[in-house]
Design a protein around this ligand. Structure first.
Ligand code: GAR
Length: 200
């Protein structure tokens, strides 16, 4: 199977996924990395790993669907079977979701459905939650809504700062994202309504 990673930021999850591919945990080919941010370190990580990497400027497109069409063109070019959003800070259109039904994964830095949105770690920290975590889920058109694949809880201790909490959540993400991709690649995931059932 071939896959793509879409990223907007520092690429910590991308690096964890590349490591899992190299270690043989994920038995699939990471063919292409695409970013909507020119200076995303994720592009640099991809280049270092010798994976084709593209920056697509959203400002070159009049709307979300045109941007997504351009991205999908790249995905088709590389015969991509599934798509991994790793810190891709943009909503994908229904056009995109329809191209890869139940084949797009996202990671979110909270235990969904708590703390949806762009500032999940800060929101959980400021709310005073005692437990938050990380979630890998299937992508549907609505933000942070799709069926949950894997979650890992992270405790917020009284001596945690937002920075120390972020470190713990990132560590959890780097464990569960490769696991979730491995499950998908090995055909272990079955979606039943809102639920993802793990097949034997
Ligand atoms: C990750 O913490 C991911 O969960 C978050 O962005 C970060 C990207 O880090 N995504 C979201 O908040 C999506 N709503 P990375 O670039 O180091 O992988």
């Amino acid at each position: 199977m071939n896959f793509a990673v879409l990223a907007s930021g520092r690429g910590g999850n991308l690096q964890a996924i590349i490591n899992a591919v190299h270690a043989g945990q994920i038995k699939a080919h990471l063919k292409v990395v695409i970013s909507d941010k020119k200076d995303a370190y994720a592009l640099e990580i991809a280049k270092q790993a010798k994976i084709p990497a593209y920056y697509i400027n959203p400002k070159d497109f009049s709307d979300r669907v045109s941007l997504d069409r351009a991205i999908i063109q790249h995905l088709h070019e590389y015969h991509v079977d599934f798509v991994v959003l790793a810190g891709y800070m943009r909503l994908v259109s229904s056009y995109f979701v329809d191209q890869y039904p139940n084949k797009i994964l996202n990671i979110h830095p909270s235990l969904l459905p708590a703390f949806k949105g762009m500032h999940a770690m800060k929101d959980a920290f400021e709310y005073g939650a005692k437990v938050t975590g990380a979630t890998v889920h299937f992508v549907v058109e609505q933000m942070d809504e799709g069926a949950v694949i894997v979650q890992e809880p992270v405790r917020i201790e009284s001596n945690d700062t937002l920075e120390s909490l972020a470190e713990k959540i990132h560590a959890a993400e780097h464990r569960i994202y490769p696991q979730a991709i491995e499950l998908l690649v090995n055909g272990k995931l079955k979606i039943e309504g809102r639920k993802v059932i793990l097949k034997n």
